[in-house]
Design a protein around this ligand. Structure first.
Ligand code: AHR
Length: 511
């Protein structure tokens, strides 16, 4: 039977929408840049129940702990190979006086945490406890010094206290406080958000202050400091320009902060109750990270073509309205499959820009903003975002493989974004890992992939998804969103066909 031409065209159009394939090329024989493991870093501030309750329960707690630090949280973070931890803030850092947090706990002075709920901070978690935590985690510490309200002398003495091996007033004080050997602390932040909570400075003023403070942050012995300057707030390109021009080689890293806020700062939106349009806008705003990193990198390239200064995305993640009934100053929010998609997309972006992005730190590890872990007294839940770190740990210190992708579009209300998002790497054993995100909420995406320059012998995979985009893991139901084996990747004649379910994250391993 001959169909009318219009009907034939309609059928063709329908078919191309449903069956058109996304095309991916992975250049497995190319690539020279290493994906620093520090891209998988974390940020933990004295904020809400991140430090207190999240990590620190005290030595006398019935919650199993080692020297006051909870064992379940440490084990969970070791399982995702946490490479570094940034502390003590955030905004808290520029109000923190480190000497209040050393010595006998019972004698430490208290302070008011003015940024975060106005609660009294008893300083029971200080320098020794933080560095003990990092040793238990097997990760590198990243300390942010107080440039906003502290003195140059104070910051300089902190570096001496933690890293100097010889005889000095500060190293002797450290010994008196029970630590004979210095710690290794490489990453040192010289202020935080000094354009805002860290002193409301202009870029010019900050650059001058940075030069003074950083001069007296000494590298003792073989502890070579990697100093990180306060960088821009999102798209403030003139901040980057000014700091790059005026600070130059006196810094090793320049930070960038960008949060994903679905609506606006007054009403950010709910973490769990959202519709497709909220979801779409969340992903759209996440994708802005690619533009931010690219444009700041372009400015950095002009001053530093050899890419010696790292772009350090040391605060990123989703920021919603706090959970109803919780302290507004504690920034406690639930974490759904939507957050996992946000994390997976951001990490793919950082991997792709690993020539310039040398570190990134999700905000914040436990109980605050886009947490990977939630706790309530002795209970602990691992969020969907946690499982992204679990899947993506294969990229740590692997070689980035260049990819090219032509993706179908995910459309809503006349707006379009690429449905598929990807990054790929090759590890020291020669295994290739491809992490794919199907952002599309409603449609599966079929990807036809070509692996150039390698003969693939086998493929396996893992998937993170759930029935609903707003599914989350609670203390009562901790395994709603979790990782499962993925069987929908087929190798045939050197070609790889992958069927990604809607709203899913897939990690493939090719041998
Ligand atoms: O992560 C919460 C806050 O966000 C940090 O303290 C600050 O640096 C940023 O504005």
């Amino acid at each position: 039977m001959k169909r009318p031409i219009l009907l034939q065209l309609a059928i063709l159009g329908f078919c191309s929408q449903v069956f058109s394939q996304n095309k991916l090329v992975v250049n497995a024989d190319q690539g020279g840049e290493t994906i620093s493991r520090h891209i998988y870093g974390h940020f933990s501030e004295h904020l809400g129940h991140c430090i207190y309750g999240g990590y620190w329960v005290g030595e006398d707690s019935p919650i199993p702990n080692t020297r006051g630090i909870r064992n379940d949280v440490v084990q969970a973070l070791k399982d995702i190979q946490i490479p570094n931890l940034r502390w003590p803030g955030g905004c808290f850092a520029d109000e923190y006086h480190w000497m209040d947090g050393i010595g006998l706990r019972s004698q430490r002075p208290k302070m008011v945490n003015t940024h975060w709920g106005g609660v009294t901070e008893d300083n029971s978690f200080g320098t020794h406890e933080f560095l003990d935590l990092c040793e238990q985690l097997g990760c590198e510490p990243y300390i942010t010094g107080n440039l906003g309200s502290g003195t140059i002398e104070e910051m300089s003495k902190w570096v001496e206290y933690v890293t100097f091996d010889g005889e000095s007033p500060m190293s002797n004080l450290r010994r008196q406080n029970g630590r004979e050997k210095p710690w290794k602390v490489k990453f040192w932040g010289v202020g935080n958000e000094n354009w805002g909570c860290g002193g409301n400075m202009t870029a010019d003023f900050y650059a001058g202050q940075y030069r003074r403070y950083a001069t007296y942050c000494r590298s003792y012995g073989d502890n070579q400091l990697y100093k990180i300057a306060c960088g821009p707030n999102g798209g403030d390109y003139s901040w980057t320009e000014t700091v790059m021009k005026n600070v130059g080689r006196q810094m090793q890293g320049l930070s960038l902060h960008h949060y994903t806020v679905p609506n606006n700062w007054t009403d950010k939106g709910s973490a769990t109750r959202f519709n497709e349009s909220d979801y779409f806008s969340t992903v759209e705003k996440t994708l802005l990270m690619d533009e931010l990193v690219s444009k700041h990198s372009t400015i950095m390239d002009r001053y530093d073509p050899q890419k010696r200064t790292g772009l350090i995305v040391d605060e990123w993640g989703t920021w919603y309205n706090v959970e109803p009934g919780t302290n507004p100053g504690f920034l406690y929010q639930q974490n759904t499959l939507r957050d996992a998609i946000v994390a997976a997309v951001n990490l793919n972006i950082f991997n792709t820009h690993c020539d310039r992005v040398k570190m990134a730190n999700i905000a914040q590890t436990v109980n605050v903003l886009q947490a990977v872990i939630l706790t309530d007294e002795e209970k602990m839940a691992l969020t969907p975002t946690y499982w992204v770190y679990y899947l993506y740990k294969v990229h740590q210190d692997a070689t980035l493989l260049p990819v090219s992708l032509s993706s179908n579009k995910y459309e809503l209300n006349g707006k379009k974004i690429d449905a598929v998002n990807v990054s790929a790497s090759k590890d020291a054993q020669g295994k290739i890992h491809i992490t794919l995100v199907n952002i599309d909420l409603n449609n599966a995406q079929s990807v036809e992939a070509e692996l150039r320059g390698v003969k693939a012998n086998g493929i396996s995979g893992k998937i993170l998804t759930s029935a609903k985009i707003n599914d989350y893991n609670s203390f009562e139901s901790p395994s709603v969103v979790g990782v499962k084996d993925f069987k929908d990747a087929k190798l045939s004649g050197g070609k790889l066909t992958i069927k990604l379910p809607a709203k899913s994250i897939v990690m493939l391993e090719v041998e």
